[in-house]
Design a binder for this molecule. Structure first.
Ligand SMILES: Nc1ncnc2c1ncn2[C@@H]1O[C@H](COP(=O)(O)OP(=O)(O)OP(=O)(O)O)[C@@H](O)[C@H]1O
Ligand SMILES: O=P(O)(O)OC[C@H]1O[C@H](OP(=O)(O)OP(=O)(O)O)[C@H](O)[C@@H]1O
Length: 214
């Protein structure tokens, strides 16, 4: 029997995901945080996990190299991937916000916005009928308005500490974010029973564990 391949981003969501699978009796004893190995298999359930860069999860699932994946809603929206989003996993909770210095004028003409999420940024501002210039960065986005690279940023806020420590504030909330279970469209159709069972088991476990995994 071919294993079901599960893509997980190496990073914030991996421990939650492996913990959730463990609760379901799916275990990867060889996995530990400092391991450099990228593939682990549970022989009993025939499920293997592949550890990829968080922003690549959608690529693996969309192209069928993985059947299933766990991805933040932020990264999923930004990817525009053609996959099924099947379960809200509840963990990895944070939000998207527009942030900047407290006196930022968001209505100014030619607003310049820095973000790791250019698609989310332009979608958000175009819904408000505002044309903005988006500068794509890969990290430390909070720096941009402090050194005059941009007027504001669109980024993830979790505890709010990064903003606070840099003298920035939330100017507008965009939306809530949690981790999502995504499925390759062809796998969903051809391997239907096993994939469906796994999705249902995960959904049941998320409901059962509830706040414990959040
Ligand atoms: N404070 C936070 N910062 C960033 N992401 C968070 C935070 N809290 C929860 N998340 C969620 O965790 C997901 C994975 O975050 P992680 O840091 O592992 O990946 P990433 O930021 O996309 O990757 P990388 O650090 O490799 O650029 C995010 O997509 C988001 O949904
Ligand atoms: O509200 P907080 O709890 O402070 O979390 C939010 C911060 O965490 C993320 O950055 P990350 O640590 O992924 O680093 P990055 O700058 O490389 O994106 C995000 O981009 C914010 O900078």
């Amino acid at each position: 029997m071919k294993p079901i391949t599960f893509a997980i981003g190496k990073g914030r969501l991996v421990n939650h995901t492996i913990g959730l699978l463990k609760e379901m009796g799916i275990e990867f004893p060889e996995y530990h945080e400092n391991s450099r190995k990228l593939i682990f298999e549970d022989q009993l359930s025939k499920i293997r996990i592949v550890l990829v860069k968080a922003s690549d999860v959608a690529v693996y699932v969309e192209r069928g190299a993985a059947d299933i994946g766990v991805i933040g809603k932020d990264t999923l929206i930004e990817s525009g991937a053609n996959v099924y989003e099947v379960v809200d996993l509840g963990f990895g909770r944070c939000r998207f916000a527009v942030a900047g210095l407290p006196d930022t004028d968001l209505n100014k003409k030619r607003l310049v916005v820095a973000s790791k999420y250019p698609k989310v940024t332009s979608q958000y501002f175009s819904k408000k009928d505002q044309i903005v210039e988006t500068i794509q960065l890969n990290g430390s986005v909070e720096l941009a308005p402090l050194v005059g690279l941009s007027d504001c940023i669109v980024d993830i806020v979790e505890t709010g500490r990064t903003l606070k420590d840099n003298g920035l504030v939330v100017l507008e909330d965009i939306c809530e974010i949690t981790a999502r279970l995504i499925v390759n469209k062809a796998s969903f159709k051809t391997n239907n029973q096993r994939i469906n069972d796994l999705i249902q088991q995960i959904e049941a476990m998320v409901n059962k564990v509830g706040d414990l995994v959040k």
